[in-house]
Design a binder for this molecule. Sequence first.
Ligand SMILES: [Zn+2]
Length: 311
Amino acid sequence: MIAVDATGVMSFDHKHCDQCLTRTSSGGKITYYHYVLEAKLVTRDGLCLSLATEWIENPVGDYIKQDCERKAFLRLAAKLKKQYPRLPICILADGLYPYEGAFEICEKYGWKYIYVLKDNVLPSVHEELVLTKRKDPAKENHCVKDGNWIDSKYRFQKDIFYHNKYNLHWLQCLEKRTKQMKPGKVSDAKPEEFCFEYVTNIDPTKDNIIELCYGGRLRWKVENEGFNTQKCGDYELEHKYCRNSYEGLQNYYTCLQIAHAINQLLEHSREIKEMLKEHSKETIRNIWQNLVSYMIINTPYKDYLITPHPS
Ligand SMILES: [Zn+2]
């Protein structure tokens, strides 16, 4: 499962380089910024590893329309196919992706996809769903998660032909979350309701519908375990380390992906997991701080003077 999503890396109030994207506010203020599109391998236990990166950037010189996420996805997909020609891939992506270009590229490369379906896209598909939405759910599920009692209802509809060319299947998960006060007793407050809908080219059945919807929701990992960790977890994704060079900015980004991948593999290793289990108050952050202290203590004083401070 490969989650594809874009994120902002830097923004400026002045022209930073020839390839900046620009956006003009209603008051006429121009913002210059850089965006990057990522393809990250996501797993159930929280790994989120960058497999390919594509910068959303304007060409140097004249252009009529700015670059955008959809155009960058076609380039990213070609890169992914070239680097991993035989990898069985399922692309997970947000509501920007259910459109002809993204269906076509996956069919061409023999990939599966699960895209979030929003109310205002693919109106012809929504028209075909009116009856199905009224039918009894194909599957129901109840479970307790994070202190909530969760009732889920799953529906699907197969074989919706889009533009007489793409055979789409629709998936829906309706979820009601009620706070659980103690085992077997739920709160009287009104439950929170959520609706998740997707289009996919994987054949849904009663037996795999839960799994498919879960797959669709793994897309969130690219935002949480991926971008949020890289922005807020000491990786400083948005910090302006390379103000004057677009190339420098891209190089920093690549190093960051490598560092994050190494850390994730280490944090998921048996040794670290056992260490965390053994000492309930131990944290990843503290382990890193100890490691840095260890490196400082074990660096001979003369080397320490000429080595940049490890932090
Ligand atoms: Zn720039």
